[in-house]
Design a protein around this ligand. Sequence first.
Ligand code: AMP
Length: 239
Amino acid sequence: MVENIVEKNESKLAGLEHKKIIYSFLGAPGSGKGTLADQCVDKLGFIMLSTGNLCRDHIKAGTDLGKKLQEFTSKGVLVPDDIITSMVKGWLDEHIREGKTIILDGFPRTEAQALQLQELIKNNYPDYQFNVVEFKIPESEVVERMAGRLMCSNKECKAIYNVKQFPGVKEPRCLKCSSPLIKREDDREEVIRDRMRVYAQTSKDLVDFYNKNGIKLQELNVSGKEPAQVFDMFKELIQ
Ligand code: AMP
């Protein structure tokens, strides 16, 4: 009996990577979107795009686009919609043929971006279904998490950690690839506050847009949860 249930769950999960779904992760900065997306890539074979990481890659490469992006990201304000959506389109055009389940971490962030994405899916990727997963967590908890957040400096890895995982370690290194861990430029207290303000403003309009357009939000209550628990909850949610 137990064996049957396990087999059933595994076969359901085994099929997940073949479903043509685009999940948008909607949640405050520091709510754990990136950490869950990483687990989905590692364990479920999904592919993901973090628009924040894409911005940071351009900034690091010092391209003209990178210089423009930095004007916004360093202040914690949003990059203009057209720039972000065209970056996302470029990535989707390149990756969609893999036919895998896709996670968009941190996109759409505004009503205009949501509208642009709906058009893109309708016209360019019609066999993909769009789902939104909303991360629920109190603001005080995310501010505390972000203050201690560390990120792997290796561009190919970018795993996310918290200082609490490395008590007494002066120069913590990534547990996956051993590269040094760094603090994000915009994880400073004054910028964190601006990012939270921007999120509160824009997410409300976005949720209204989804409600008006009959796009259901799947809620994940991540308050006080460890990454492994969030991953289990997500698997339950999407089955
Ligand atoms: P994140 O890593 O998702 O917290 O994003 C870091 C920064 O990148 C944000 O504060 C914005 O400046 C920029 N950014 C990322 N995604 C978007 C988006 N969908 N729209 C506008 N700006 C974005």
